[in-house]
Design a protein around this ligand. Structure first.
Ligand code: UDP
Length: 321
């Protein structure tokens, strides 16, 4: 049994990860300030003696008396509407100060630390599909920069702590992920489309809908995370974790309409600034080093997510697993 800290533990990915780690027999400390995380995501874990929640902002340093074996650093708003606008400065702080504080903690405890980086570090990619050695094309002064550059800076901190402080680091670059415990109000495309379809509201495509994304079901992503954390010491990454199946946003809208049997109509809205045109991971490195590739198809994953949102819309407090 390991003692594992998960920052961002009440969020979409964090809560799914906490459940997986508790089920695997570990002692899990879930940390979050619940800015975008939701306590209901961990309601099923709160009574478990191997699980505890602490309300703490990752921007503030903290210490633990008990020994930590592993730290998963997931804390950060991840949806464009959540990290832009008035929260942009806090987003950069969360990425940078959060990484610094958690790296110091890892150094003190000699813990392995995994950074949840992002496909956003590739910006508007000029290489397709994206490989890990592609250095990206980010607008450093655009509205997504708080997140993109914050996550890039965090990666550089991780590698400096590895080179100069001997910290055992792991870096994964997460591509679009969806599934149960997503917040219906987070503004991301999968949650928006499914909730709009279930409520019979217009489905809002931004731009012409020809932009592409690759959608990974959450269970597949969590499996990659756990494999990366427990990979050999001489492998730091970064490694792309995502589903290489690539779909246009228009195709996604059509799938959601078909799978929900909705009568919603598709409408077109302005495309936000710096919205990437295309995104697809090359996952050769993950296959090779982690023996990992996604196993859940978009149709199958969407169905499970639709079922979750049906419960969430009917009984918000009970939907989280
Ligand atoms: N999008 C959309 N309608 C929505 C929400 C998002 O067409 O209601 C588009 C968005 O402009 C982007 C894609 O869907 O091109 C994915 O957006 P999301 O916010 O989920 O993630 P991103 O990959 O941009 O971080």
């Amino acid at each position: 049994m390991k003692t594992i800290l998960v920052t961002g533990g009440t969020g979409f990915l964090g809560s799914n990860l906490c459940r997986r780690l508790v089920n695997d027999g570990h002692k899990v400390i879930c940390m979050d300030n619940n800015y975008t995380g939701r306590l209901e995501n961990i309601s099923g874990l709160l009574g478990n003696t191997h699980f505890r929640f602490i309300n703490h902002d990752v921007c503030e340093p903290l210490s633990f008396d008990e020994h930590l074996d592993q730290i998963y650093n997931l804390a950060c708003p991840a949806s464009p509407p959540a990290y832009q606008g008035k929260h942009s400065i806090d987003t950069t702080k969360t990425c940078v100060l959060g990484a610094l504080n958690m790296l110091e903690l890892a150094k003190t405890h000699r813990a392995t630390i995994l950074q949840s980086s992002t496909s956003e570090i590739y910006g508007e990619p000029l290489v397709h599909p994206q490989t890990e050695n592609y250095r990206g094309n980010v607008n450093p002064i655009g509205i997504r920069a708080c997140y993109d550059e914050g996550k890039r800076c965090a990666e550089s901190l991780f590698f400096d702590y590895y080179r100069h402080e001997g910290v055992d680091i792991k870096v994964i670059r997460i591509f679009n992920t969806y599934g149960p415990n997503m917040d219906p109000h987070d503004g991301r495309v999968v949650s928006n489309f499914i909730c709009q379809a279930l409520r019979g509201e217009d489905i809002t495509i931004y731009g012409d809908g020809h932009q592409t994304r690759s959608f990974c079901y959450v269970d597949d992503l969590i499996e990659a995370m756990v494999r990366m954390m427990n990979s050999p010491k001489d492998f730091q990454g970064p490694v792309n974790t995502g589903n290489p199946g690539e779909f246009t946003i228009r195709e996604l809208a059509e799938k959601v309409v078909a799978q929900t049997g909705s009568h919603s109509k598709i409408v077109y809205k302005d495309l936000p600034a710096d919205d990437p045109t295309q995104r697809r991971p090359d996952i050769s490195l993950a296959k090779n080093k982690l023996g990992w590739e996604p196993s859940v198809s978009l149709d199958e994953g969407l169905q499970k997510t639709i079922d979750y949102f049906k419960r969430e819309i009917a009984h918000p407090a009970l939907a989280a697993e």
